[in-house]
Design a protein around this ligand. Sequence first.
Ligand SMILES: Nc1ncnc2c1ncn2[C@@H]1O[C@H](COP(=O)(O)OP(=O)(O)OP(=O)(O)O)[C@@H](O)[C@H]1O
Length: 450
Amino acid sequence: MSSEIAIKVEGLGKCYQIYDNPHDRLKQFVFPSLRRLLGKPPKEYGREFLAVNDVSFQVKKGEAVGIIGRNGSGKSTLLQMICGTLTPSSGSIQTTGRVAALLELGSGFNPEFTGRENVYMNASILGLSKAEIDARFDEIVAFADIGNFIEQPVKTYSSGMYVRLAFAVIAHVDADILVVDEALSVGDAVFTQKCMRFIRGFQGKGTLIFVSHDIASVQNICKSAIWMKNGKVERLGTAKAISEAYLQYTLQEIYGEEATLTSIAPVAIDDQSMPDSSVEPVIDYGAVASVTDNIQAAKGWTTAQAEIVSVVLSHLSAGKTACVFEGGERVRMSIRAKTHIALKNPIVGFLVRDRLGQDLFGENTLPFTEYTPTAVGAGMIFEGVFDFKLPMLPNGLYAVMVSIADGDAHDNVQHHWMHDALIINISSSKIRYGLVGIPFERVALEVINE
Ligand SMILES: Nc1ncnc2c1ncn2[C@@H]1O[C@H](COP(=O)(O)OP(=O)(O)OP(=O)(O)O)[C@@H](O)[C@H]1O
C-alpha cells in the first residue's frame, strides 16, 4: 500500500446468517450435529444476508471522509470491520497506524467496570502503556467531565456520560485514524462543541472517518463522502456532490408515490472551480460580490409539475450596478415560477450556501402565507419576493439554492429544487471570522479610568 494511503478497503463483504423465526435458529444450532451423527447431508435452516457487499475504497492520510446512508445500509458494519472489531467474510482492509473508534453506544466499554477501569482497559487495547495512561488519566477525566462518576460502573452512566468518556479516551491515545459514528449526537451542546474542536484540530494531523445522518455535519467536516446503500457503495465523491445526490434520493423516497423527481441539468460548479477562500488575501475593506445567473446550468430536480423560471437578486436602492453587491445593502431576491398543475399553497424559498455546502442564511414564504394561502391555478406564474439586507460574506463562491413546493410545514411536495440557481463570487472582502459577517457600527479600544 502506498505510503500516502491510510485506509485501503478491497472487495469487503460481511455475510450474516439470518433466520425467519427463532425455531430455525435453534434447529441450525442443534440439527447439524444430529444429522452428522445420522450420516445425513447438512441442511441450512437460515439464509445468507450480505450486510456489506463488495465494498472498495481508499482514504488518503489526513483526509476526512464522511459515510452517509439510510438505517441498515451497512455503515456500522463497515466501520466495525475497519476498526477490527468485526471479521470480514470476504475482501481485505489495510490500515496504517493506530485506529481509535467511537462506535455505537454499548460497544467498547465493559458495563460492570468503573469508568476508571474502562479508561485503562480501553487505552491499553489501543496500545498505550500503563505509564502512558497514568500520565494522561487526569486529562482524560477532565475532558470527559463526568465528575465522581469516573469511579462508578459504566452501567450506571447516562448515554451522554458514556459517550463523553469514550470520546475522552480516543482523544488521548494519539490515534492516526479516528472513526466516529453517530454516537456524538447523544452528547449535549457543550460536549459536542468540545468534540468538534478536537476533531478540527485532529484533521490537520490524522485521518478521519465520520458517520452521520446529519448531512450538514458531513459537509462541514469532510472533504469527500461515501454513500452506502443496501450494503454497497452507491456513490463516492466530494462531500458536497454526495450530500446533494443523497438528499435527492431521500426526497424521492419521501415523495416517491406522489411525484417522480427528475434530475435537471449537469453539474454547474464543482469544488475544483471554487477557490479556497481562506487563502485569498484580504486587500481592503469593501467586498465586491458579483452575481451570476446559473439557472440554465443549475443542477437539482423537478416533478415537472411546477418550475422555477427566474431568480433575480436586485438592489433596492437606486443607482447601483445591477449585478455587483458589497454586502450590507438592501436587496430583493425574486423567485418566479410557473405551474403546470394547480397548487393549493405554494411555498417559495431560498438558501445561500458556501462552497462546502454549509447553509448560511435563507428564508421561505411559508411562515408568511401559512394562514392565508395563495392558491395558484395551472399554467400561471407566481413569484416569491424577499427584501433583506445582504450579509457581508468572506471571499469565495456561494451558491443560492432555490425551491418551490406545495403544502404546509408537515405535509408538502417539493416541485422544483435548484442547488445553484445563482452563483455569488465575493472578492476583496474584509470578513475573516465566521461564516457570515455583520456590518459593525463601531469598533474601538478605549481606556477606562477607574
Ligand atoms: N449480527 C447481525 N446479524 C444479522 N444481521 C445483522 C447483524 N448486524 C447487522 N445486521 C444487519 O446488517 C445490516 C446493516 O446494519 P448496520 O448496522 O451496518 O447498518 P447502518 O447503516 O449502520 O444502520 P444505522 O444507520 O441504523 O446505524 C442491517 O440490515 C442489519 O439488520
